[in-house]
Write a protein that binds this ligand. Structure first.
Ligand code: SF4
Ligand code: SF4
Length: 315
């Protein structure tokens, strides 16, 4: 495994980051012991970086995976808090549920622009105070928006950016691949640590994963790439790929790179909660039911978490 330092933070991370969203209730919904075993296998194969979020509900998996593990592990979490109190509660929850004395990186989740950052600044200031107290090592934000990366360049307190980038530009909410690459370049020049998400376009690029990963890994400003994994074979496959080693043909065929879909149950009553939640505008209500535009969907599963009737699943 290769390791790099995230911006100016001095935090060294493996280039392959374990994206915890996939194992949890919003996606594969593995039993805790099973999901923890997948994370543990990644740690044993040199991955030292785990990306999660309060919204993913994966803290129990990570906590279990870390039990008895003696290596250094960097955890990044994030939340939607916009008040000081809300951020304090989210950070305290993470510390308690992960059984840690500090969280390495804590971020504002899904920011969009200078305006949304401003609207969350009170919460961010709490993070900066928590950093002074040693409860957080670095702070930042995650985003699907070019405008947000551009805005963060001018804000010295933002140390880490977790942007969406892939070779097809799938999921970038407000611009092109080239515009996002230019914003990433400017952010790195301003000293931000950058680790990417959605290198596989949320599943759209699963037919050629090597090409998709090689594109993101070849961007000089990208320190690491968060990749969702839900089986031990996926961990083996990705750790070999990220280490520049040959992936045996048998393993390639075992790791089924199947197309993903968003399944919406027939009993959907068209309340529209999921439509409001989707950040990429992939959902709409037609004839009283939610319908998805799979060309736009990045299969994050976020909409499933807000459906009062549990109608939506990434399959
Ligand atoms: S939130 Fe659930 S019930 Fe409401 S429109 Fe979406 S899928 Fe249908
Ligand atoms: S439709 Fe759901 S799974 Fe697809 S991008 Fe929107 S929130 Fe994510």
């Amino acid at each position: 495994m290769h390791y790099r330092s995230l911006g100016k933070t001095g935090i060294a991370v493996s280039r392959l980051c374990f994206g915890a969203l996939t194992i949890g209730p919003l996606q594969a919904n593995l039993p805790v012991a099973e999901g923890a075993a997948v994370i543990r296998k990644a740690l044993e194969r040199g991955v030292n970086f785990i990306d999660t979020a309060e919204y993913y509900r994966t803290y129990p998996y990570i906590r279990r995976a870390l039990e008895g593990f003696t290596g250094e592990v960097v955890i990044c979490s994030k939340c939607y808090a916009y008040t000081r109190k809300g951020m304090q509660q989210s950070l305290e929850r993470a510390l308690k549920e992960l059984n840690r004395e500090y969280i390495d990186i804590f971020m504002l989740h899904e920011q969009e622009s200078a305006l949304t950052i401003k609207g969350h600044w009170e919460a961010y200031e709490y993070l900066l105070e928590a950093k002074e107290k040693g409860l957080v090592r670095a702070a930042g934000l995650s985003t699907h928006h070019v405008a947000c990366v551009q805005a963060a360049v001018a804000i010295p307190e933002i140390e880490i950016i977790h942007p969406l980038i892939n070779h097809a530009g799938i999921g970038i909410a407000d611009g092109t691949r080239e515009e996002m690459l230019a914003a990433i370049k400017a952010a790195a020049a301003a000293g931000k640590g950058i680790y990417a998400m959605k290198a596989l376009g949320g599943g759209h690029l699963l037919n050629k994963p090597e090409e998709a990963f090689n594109f993101v890994l070849s961007i000089p400003e990208i320190t690491a790439v968060a990749v969702g994994m839900s089986t031990v074979d996926e961990v083996k496959y990705n750790t070999l790929l990220f280490s520049g080693e040959e992936v045996p043909a048998a393993l390639k065929s075992t790791v089924r790179r199947r197309t993903r879909h968003l399944h919406i149950e027939e009993y959907c009553r068209g309340c529209g909660c999921c439509v409001e939640r989707c950040g990429v505008g992939a959902l709409s209500i037609k004839e009283g039911r939610a319908v998805v535009d799979e060309e736009r969907c990045v299969f994050c599963g976020y909409c499933g978490a807000v459906c009062p009737d549990f109608c939506i699943k990434v399959i």
